[in-house]
Design a protein around this ligand. Structure first.
Ligand code: BGC
Length: 248
């Protein structure tokens, strides 16, 4: 089946058509800036635009940068607060005029990596971390998703961890790769002490520069880079939507 995947990030909205059997992207992947602190109207317009451009029937899956608890948006740290409390599938389905399935963005990326990427065939606990504007986290236990893990927000030195260790921190604070990698190591080590995972998969745009920091990481669990790179979120949202078959 061909499904559309949309990945709403704090910085960019990415979208593409996906062969949900193989996880392959079909055709071009679209990328449009996310309206700064955008609310449902502004971001909804961007999504309607990219979905119209992809011009494909079939399910639409959307990865949202906040926990989606039984369809309800619980927080949206990088977007307008007017998202909070909204029924995500209803909101997007109404805006696009077709059925949409909504999942947390990191859960979507992890879902794709477990099926088609670095997590394939891994049992035990696999933790996907997406490094971007924030830190997204998704946990898989023997391949089953434990949804809405919000480990980007654990406290380290009394502050929200993603502020110091997300990919954005390196850019906004103009950090040397090594300095940022030390922060990331500390972050992974702190999470690992809470979860004791078998594998960590790192995703997000920063994966294209993994040779700059992977060798500097000093952590206990094995760390792999997302094989689907920054497309994992789009691929996961699409395959999730196809799998759910309109369950919301
Ligand atoms: C949000 C997560 C999201 C992550 C990456 C965090 O701030 O709380 O839900 O997965 O950013 O977008």
């Amino acid at each position: 089946m061909i499904a559309i995947g949309v990945d709403i990030g704090g910085t960019a909205v990415k979208a593409g058509c996906v062969d949900t059997r193989t996880g392959a992207l079909i055709g071009e992947r679209l990328r449009v800036d996310t309206p700064h602190r955008g609310g449902p109207d502004a971001v909804g317009e961007v999504i309607a635009g990219v979905v119209a451009q992809l011009a494909t029937p079939g399910p639409v899956g959307i990865g949202f940068p906040g926990p989606i608890f039984h369809g309800q948006i619980m927080t949206a740290p990088h977007l307008a607060q007017s998202w909070v409390g909204r029924d995500a599938p209803a909101l997007f389905s109404e805006r696009l005029g077709r059925e949409c399935t909504v999942i947390n963005d990191a859960d979507a990326a992890g879902y794709a990596e477990m099926q088609f990427g670095a997590g394939q065939g891994h049992s035990g606990s696999v933790l996907m971390l997406t490094l971007g504007t924030g830190i997204g986290s998704a946990l898989f236990v023997d391949g089953m998703l434990v949804p809405n893990l919000e480990f980007g927000h654990i406290e380290i030195d009394g502050a929200d961890a993603e502020i110091a260790a997300a990919a954005r921190a390196r850019v906004t604070e103009d950090l040397a790769w090594e300095v940022w990698a030390r922060r990331l190591s500390r972050y992974i080590a702190t999470v690992d002490r809470l979860l004791w995972v078998d594998l960590v998969i790192l995703g997000g745009e920063i994966t294209s520069e993994s040779d700059r920091f992977l060798g500097v990481l000093d952590v206990r669990p094995p760390v792999e880079i997302a094989q689907l790179r920054n497309a994992a979120g789009v691929i996961g949202a699409a395959t999730w939507a196809a799998e759910q078959g309109g369950k919301g």
